[in-house]
Design a protein around this ligand. Structure first.
Ligand code: NAP
Length: 253
C-alpha cells in the first residue's frame, strides 16, 4: 500500500524527499500544467484523474493508504475532489498547506477573488499582475487601458491588450530583482494572491520599500473537515501516526 502525494508545490517535493529517505512507498501526482515541471524524487504520475470518480478509482486500484494533498493553496478544484474521493473510499486525507503571508505594513488591500482584485487594481495606473496565467482573463477588461506588467511561468495562449507587457519567469525571485522590476516599470499597484512561502515573497518586500499599493486575493477555504498542517514535518508526523500498512518497508523514526 502506498501514499499518494498530490503535488505541484515545493512542499510536495520536500515531503517526497522525506518519504524517500525513509523508504516509504509513495507516488507523487502532478497535473501536467507546465512543460518542464520540477519533479519530485520517486515515482511520479502526471495528468488529471478524471474528476472525483477517477480519483476514487485510482485510490482503490493502487491501494492508496493515505493521501497528502500538498497542492497549491489556490488549487481548490483538486482539493475538493480529494476530500470527496477520500470520503467515498475511506482513505485518510491530510491537507499540507504552507502558511499565508502576513501583512507587516498593515496596508494591504485584501479581496475575496480575482474579480474584486481587478476592480481594486483599476484604481492604479501601472499594475503588476503576479496572479498567474489561469485567472488573467478576469483582468483583461478592467485593466484593458492600463499599463500592466504580467508575469507568468508559461506562455499565454491568447492576446493581451497593447498596453500590457508579458514576461516569462519562474521563481524564486530576489529582493533586488523585484525592486528593479517594480522601478523599471514604474509600478504603483501590485496584485498577488496569498500563495505564501518564501520563493515569491520578495515582491511584497520590494513593494513595501517602494510604497507600491498591494492587493492580495484571499485563499479559498480548505474543504470542511479536512485536517490541515502547515509544514512537511507535521505531514510526515501524521503519516507516522496513522501507521504504515506495510511495516516491513517502513523505517521512519
Ligand atoms: P485545480 O484547478 O484545483 O485542478 C483542476 C484539475 O486539474 C483537477 O480537477 C485535476 O483534474 C487536475 N489536477 C490538479 N492538480 C493535480 C495533481 N496534483 N495531480 C493530478 N491532477 C491534478 O488546479 P490548478 O489550480 O489548475 O493547479 C494545477 C496544479 O498546479 C496543482 O497541482 C497545483 O499544486 C499546481 N499549482 C497551482 C498554482 C495555482 O496558482 N493554482 C500555482 C502553483 C502550482 P481531474 O479532475 O481530471 O483529476
Amino acid at each position: 500500500m502506498t501514499v499518494l502525494i498530490l503535488g505541484g508545490t515545493g512542499e510536495a517535493r520536500a515531503l517526497a524527499r522525506v518519504l524517500h529517505n525513509n523508504a516509504l512507498d509513495f507516488e507523487s501526482s502532478l497535473a501536467g500544467r507546465v512543460r518542464n515541471p520540477a519533479l519530485p524524487v520517486g515515482q511520479v504520475r502526471i495528468g488529471g484523474f478524471g474528476g472525483v470518480g477517477g480519483l476514487a478509482d485510482h485510490l482503490r486500484s493502487t491501494a492508496v493508504r493515505a493521501v497528502v494533498d500538498a497542492t497549491h493553496p489556490f488549487a481548490a478544484g483538486i482539493s475538493a475532489n480529494a476530500a470527496e474521493a477520500c470520503h467515498r473510499t475511506g482513505v485518510p486525507l491530510l491537507r499540507l498547506q504552507r502558511p499565508g503571508w502576513r501583512d507587516e505594513t498593515g496596508t494591504w488591500v485584501w479581496v475575496d477573488d480575482h474579480d474584486e482584485a481587478a476592480v481594486a487594481a483599476a484604481a492604479g495606473s501601472s499594475v503588476f499582475l503576479s496572479t498567474g496565467r489561469q485567472t488573467l482573463g478576469r483582468f483583461l477588461d478592467p485593466l484593458a487601458a492600463h499599463r500592466t506588467l504580467v508575469r507568468v511561468v508559461e506562455p499565454l495562449d491568447h492576446d493581451v491588450p497593447p498596453q500590457w507587457t508579458v514576461v516569462l519567469a519562474r521563481g524564486p525571485y530576489t529582493l533586488d530583482g523585484e525592486r528593479n522590476l517594480l522601478r523599471a516599470n514604474a509600478v504603483d499597484t501590485l496584485v498577488t494572491k496569498d500563495s505564501g512561502g518564501a520563493l515569491t515573497r520578495a515582491k511584497l518586500d520590494a513593494a513595501a520599500e517602494l510604497g507600491v499599493r498591494v492587493i492580495v486575493v484571499r485563499r479559498p477555504p480548505v474543504p470542511e473537515g479536512v485536517r490541515t498542517v502547515g509544514s512537511v514535518t507535521e505531514a510526515a508526523e501524521w503519516l507516522r501516526e496513522i501507521g504504515p500498512a506495510d511495516p516491513a518497508r517502513t523505517r521512519m523514526p
